[in-house]
Write a protein that binds this ligand. Structure first.
Ligand SMILES: [Zn+2]
Length: 147
């Protein structure tokens, strides 16, 4: 028996549009949102499935009249796509998410990135010495920092 991880949605409206971010576990796999500035009878909802990095080539999406239709179309596309995805693709996405969050934390703590120093060396906000090839440090010590 395979454990099915359900999709979850987190609402994050902006000023003009209702917007939902769709997650598979901790992976942000797509969005469903209102299209701004379209006539009332037009296809008012758009959905987009795909995450970057990880699945560059297979982004898909569409437009529908209602949120319910967009949600159904998204879930159908996901059901087809999900068996073709590998854990390595999710891991690519997680590593990038953690790297971006780590970089932001470095800036917030006024730490220089190794690439900002001529000798390519620096100190992480956790105190560890790091070099330009610091992906492994982030992955082992700060895994999940962007979660
Ligand atoms: Zn560190």
């Amino acid at each position: 028996m395979t454990a099915m991880t359900a999709l979850t949605r987190r609402r994050s409206d902006n000023q003009h549009q209702e917007m939902w971010h769709v997650y598979y576990g901790d992976i942000h796999v797509g969005t469903i949102g209102e299209n701004a500035g379209v006539p009332i009878h037009a296809e008012r909802w758009g959905w987009s499935l795909g995450f970057y990095p990880g699945m560059e080539d297979h982004r898909r999406g569409g437009e529908t009249a209602t949120f319910e239709e967009a949600r159904a179309a998204f879930e159908l596309a996901w059901q087809k796509l999900q068996p073709t995805l590998s854990e390595a693709q999710f891991e690519d996405w997680r590593r990038n998410r953690d790297f971006q969050a780590w970089k932001n934390r470095m800036w917030a703590e006024k730490c220089r990135l190794p690439t900002q120093n001529q000798n390519g060396q620096s100190t992480c906000f956790c105190g560890a010495p790091i070099s330009i090839a610091c992906e492994e440090h982030i992955h082992t010590v700060h895994r999940g920092i962007g979660a």
